[in-house]
Design a protein around this ligand. Structure first.
Ligand SMILES: *Cc1c(COP(=O)(O)O)cnc(C)c1O
Length: 450
């Protein structure tokens, strides 16, 4: 259970209105960063660093708040597994009633290993292989989000050979500008995802002729880290006429409007000032209520089940990456604070100019100074902050890179032969290592010298 920042007493988040939940349950008590009721300095003494830490109650609170906001709709939230696929996270969301949006056979395996129901799984992705389609059909997934005509034909053939009917939705690209980073925008016709709105009716007509397909729905997804409700409303409104006509001609049952709800990474306050964390809202935040208010009036009249595929929203603010300062290096132009976490552990800054707040685990009271915070990897892209005001840090001080719960560990690699990090799940005053740190032996597992 979380504790009040002022009194240190436990906060009963379960008893609160969902929209009064803070952004996440990381906060300082007696000058030390805590996750819910767990002192992160003490945790790091035991796990070592770098390490990922997730707050169970934050994830649960996010699910419940979104689920509550969508109540006017007959809906199913299919958590996008790719954002954070740890079994413990999947188990937690399964218990809340979530379905899952998967993009590979590996993710299907994880969902099943965590006790998830394949009948609540949607399968997305532009390159589904025959083996993946076979595994998903055998498992009895909810539906495939089909991204191309050749994929329709392939799914039909495989379903026929298995004596099954494949449930499908076609991913339709509404050509709206999600106003996000170019690498995470997917709803423009220039990128590889989905089928253009102008061709969608024709593709459904073709699909209806294929005997081993069951046309169950329509799907769209316009991108990620979207911070305004308007692009979602625009995409939904653009697709409504198509969805109505498909409902009337083929009896489709659902409309999935994908994921993409953004989170606050950069609160535009001095880094290290955590006051904003405790508020339920932030001027830069798209709240579940804002999101619902924009789309519910457009979707409700369809009378269909609405599917949602949020990933980042569910877990992004719920995780941090703990790291320890190794060296502080100063030259006439800059100060570099060199930490033990690297771009192989958290690639967002290098890959899409992603921002993470850098905060000390122990508050220093020192005035912030401009510096770069960099990792150990032999690449200039290996940085977490550039020319940013951060409280001055010394060797062995620990930091947290905030909001690292989504697209963090899941994108990690062994580059530079660095073992993959442990993941820790905090629940109230308890914490559990839900993935062990890799050992040096793990690094060479499966390799041989001929
Ligand atoms: C990545 C993805 C999602 C999840 O995106 P978030 O921005 O993490 O919410 C949902 N649906 C599809 C099809 C995706 O590719």
């Amino acid at each position: 259970m979380a504790r009040s920042r002022k009194s240190g007493r436990p906060i009963d988040t379960k008893g609160r209105q969902p929209h009064f939940l803070p952004v996440h349950l990381f906060s300082y008590h007696d000058g030390v960063l805590h996750c819910e009721g767990v002192n992160l300095e003490e945790l790091a003494d035991q796990t070592g660093t770098p390490a990922y830490v997730y707050s169970a109650e934050t994830i649960r609170g996010n699910f419940r708040r979104l689920d509550a906001a969508l109540k006017p709709l007959d809906h199913l939230i299919c958590y996008a597994v790719k954002a954070n696929s740890n079994l413990a996270v999947l188990d937690l969301l399964r218990r809340e009633g979530a379905g899952f949006d998967i993009v590979s056979e590996g993710e299907l395996f994880r969902v099943q290993r965590a006790g998830g129901d394949p009948a609540k799984c949607t399968f997305a992705g532009v390159a589904k292989t025959a083996d993946e389609i076979t595994a998903a059909l055998r498992a009895g997934i909810h539906s495939f989000n089909v991204e191309s005509e050749p994929e329709l034909e392939r799914i039909n053939d495989i379903a026929g050979s298995l004596g099954l009917k494949a449930p499908i939705a076609v991913r339709v690209n509404p050509d709206v500008d999600a106003k996000t980073h170019k690498y995470i925008s997917t709803g423009k016709s220039l990128n590889k995802f989905g089928i253009g709105l102008d061709r969608a009716a024709e593709v459904y007509a073709r699909a209806a002729e294929l005997p081993h397909l069951h046309l169950r729905g329509v799907q769209t997804h316009i991108g990620s880290q979207i911070l305004e409700p308007e692009p979602f409303a625009e995409a939904a409104a653009k697709l409504v006429p198509l969805v109505e006509s498909l409902r009337d001609s083929y009896g489709i049952e659902f409309f999935s409007i994908g994921g993409g709800v953004g989170i606050v990474y950069d609160p535009a306050l001095a880094s290290g000032d955590p006051a904003w964390w405790q508020s339920a809202d932030h001027p830069r935040r798209i709240t579940p209520e804002d999101y619902a208010a924009a789309i519910v009036p457009i979707l409700q009249p369809l009378g269909l089940r609405i599917l949602f595929e949020p990933g980042r929203f569910m877990v992004g603010n719920a995780g941090v990456l703990l790291s320890t300062v190794q060296y502080v290096k100063t030259n006439p132009a800059k100060t570099f604070t060199i930490v033990d976490a690297g771009m192989n552990d958290l690639i967002r800054p290098a890959l899409y100019e992603g921002y993470h707040e850098v905060v000390p685990l122990r508050q220093t009271g020192r005035e912030p100074a401009v510096m770069d915070v960099v990792g150990p990897v032999c690449e200039s892209g290996d940085f977490f902050a550039q020319d940013r005001e951060v409280p001055p840090l010394a060797e062995n001080d620990r930091i947290a890179l905030m909001s690292a719960g989504a697209y963090g560990f899941v994108m990690a690699s062994n580059y530079n032969s660095r073992p993959l990090l442990p993941e820790v799940l905090v629940e109230g005053e308890k914490w559990t290592v839900v993935r062990q740190r890799q050992t040096l032996e793990d690094l060479v597992q499966g390799e041989s010298i001929p």
